[in-house]
Design a protein around this ligand. Structure first.
Ligand code: XMP
Length: 518
């Protein structure tokens, strides 16, 4: 439950909307701390959280469904401002005695609403003017509860926004949290600052100060170990801890043979030489390759890599001596106990992390980033002077290149893939696209095709290039990379990577495909 570190908090109750996480991000961007909890959070917990405001999210249900999600109505007795969004607004209406009904037409997409009241929620808007918003609803408000007035309307939803100003209850039928509502952030800020009286105090520099102090208090004189992968999350975790407890932190980097070219050396350079950390490289390439010998099934690869990581990590940790804590770079999206985030995608691939370690090693977990979204982690990284290349690094899967080599993972195939991977990244960087795309990488396929090189027939490997755009990896689309860039990638790979005579570009979106090939 919420840390009481943050005095000004907003509570978001999740009724299952795919946009709930976006609400939280918009609130955080307005520099107000907020947390997402399931719609049925108990009244005691709501009181203990002591929010300055409550936002009720949207959701797929109709208020008249038998299984419609209902929050504890006691929250209305708390004298805390409430903003209901879409289903949240309908729930509020239902609870307060208004009437919700099926709209004649389902409204979906961009809609223009007319602002009737330019105070409070629509402060700074022009009365009588049209405003583009994003709607996605079947039900609508037919009759407002007593004490409410309409603030805005659209053709299909005469009550597109409403308020009971005395009690500070607000409702909007549209989604202010999505990018398709251009002035959405302004509406949310009006709720946070004008209606709830929040102040913009949630900044990453204040987070760093508070967290460093908290980590010192928590660890006392004890030692902490941390697995470092060179990814953003573990890097920021390590640097935060290093700032807090210096030499009482030991980091372990496992070279499992599945890293990109020069990756282990680069991580050692940044953290050992630049930050002066106690960092131990465990060279375990042979160990991992032995265990992966003959393995083709993707899930089996993941399980072996996860298990062997624990074995190797644990052995090194014991060598380093007594530690009481294990630090992990868990982020907020992994922590949210919510209806809309733990969807089926969470279990499609067994994501490998070091979550199994503490049980085995009797270590207590420290997760300093568990309240943060990825973009906030990046800001913390900047705040801590981590090099920009590292902070802006694209995600890289825990099982590394093993899930980008279809079929058996061998030394030779790893070398082939690494050489192609370097070229993809160099060209993407050179074209100024590295920070624009979500991920760009090469995949080595288990088929060979015929080609011709000079006068000779060749029969060699195929590299697939995967470059995707995404906001959160839950959905993704293939990047519309300029043909010239794709052409250069292809030419360079075929000309310089031994054993490859064909390059293809992956034009699948997620869903139904996934980002990684295994
Ligand atoms: P998929 O392939 O499921 O990937 O669309 C979504 C995001 O997760 C990364 N990914 C992984 N990360 N362990 C990880 O730590 C894994 O086993 C794993 N599989 C995929 C992937 O790179 C993408 O960013």
């Amino acid at each position: 439950m919420a840390s009481n570190l943050y005095k000004q908090k907003v509570l978001i109750l999740d009724f299952g909307s795919q946009y709930t996480q976006l609400i939280a991000r918009r609130v955080r961007e307005a520099q107000v701390y907020c947390e997402i909890h399931p719609f049925n959070l108990s009244l005691e917990k709501i009181k203990a959280f002591s929010p300055k405001g409550i936002i009720l999210s949207g959701g797929p249900a109709s208020i008249y469904d038998n299984s419609a999600p209902m929050a504890d109505k006691g929250l209305l007795a708390l004298k805390i401002p409430v903003l209901g969004i879409c289903y949240g607004m309908q729930f509020l209406t239902h609870l307060l005695g208004g009437v919700v009904a099926k709209a004649a037409d389902r409204e979906y997409g961009n809609v223009v609403i007319r602002i009737e009241d330019d105070r409070d929620l629509f402060h700074g808007f022009k009365k009588g003017a049209g405003q583009t918003v994003w709607m996605s609803h079947g039900d609508r408000i037919e009759q407002m509860p007593e004490g409410f007035e309409a603030l805005a309307g659209s053709k299909n939803s005469p009550i597109a926004a409403m308020a009971d100003k005395a009690r500070k209850y607000f409702g909007v039928q549209f989604h202010p949290e999505v990018a398709h509502t251009p002035e959405g952030p302004k509406i949310l800020k009006n709720f946070l600052f004008r209606i709830c009286g929040c102040e913009p105090t949630w900044t990453m520099s204040s987070f760093v100060r508070r967290t460093v102090r908290g980590l010192r208090e928590k660890t006392g004189e004890d030692r902490v170990i941390c697995g470092l992968s060179g990814g953003v999350d573990s890097s920021v975790t390590a640097v935060l801890l290093h700032k807090a407890i210096g030499d009482r932190l030991s980091c372990i980097l496992v070279d499992n043979a599945l890293l990109r070219r020069e990756e282990a050396r680069e991580v050692m350079e940044v953290f050992q030489e630049h930050f002066g950390m106690d960092l131990h490289l465990v060279e375990a390439s042979e160990h991992f390759l032995q265990h992966l010998k003959g393995v083709i099934d993707p899930e089996e690869k993941r399980k072996i890599i996860g298990r062997e990581f624990i074995t190797v990590f644990e052995k090194k940790a014991r060598e380093l001596g007594e530690a009481k804590y294990l630090a992990q770079g868990t982020l907020y999206p992994d922590v949210i106990e919510s209806v809309s985030f733990k969807g089926p995608s969470a279990t499609i691939k067994s994501h490998h992390n070091v979550g199994g370690l503490p049980d085995v090693m009797k270590l207590k977990l420290i997760e300093p980033l568990r309240e943060l979204f990825k973009d906030e982690v990046r800001q913390v990284g900047m705040e801590l002077d981590l090099p920009r290349e590292l902070v802006m690094r694209q995600p890289f899967p825990g099982p590394g290149l093993a899930v980008r080599i279809l079929g058996e993972v061998t030394h030779e195939r790893l070398e082939t893939l690494r050489s192609a991977d370097v070229i993809v990244l160099e060209e993407i960087r050179g074209a100024g696209l590295y920070e624009k795309v979500w991920q760009a990488f090469a995949v080595l396929l288990p088929v060979r095709t015929v080609g011709v090189m000079g006068d000779e027939r060749t029969y060699e490997n195929v590299i697939a290039v995967r470059i995707v755009d995404s906001l959160d990896a839950m959905t993704a689309d293939w990047s519309r990379i300029p043909y010239e860039v794709l052409g250069r990638i292809s030419n360079r790979i075929i000309n310089s990577v031994e054993g490859v005579n064909r390059v293809v570009y992956d034009i699948s979106s997620k869903p139904p495909s996934t980002i990684e090939w295994e």
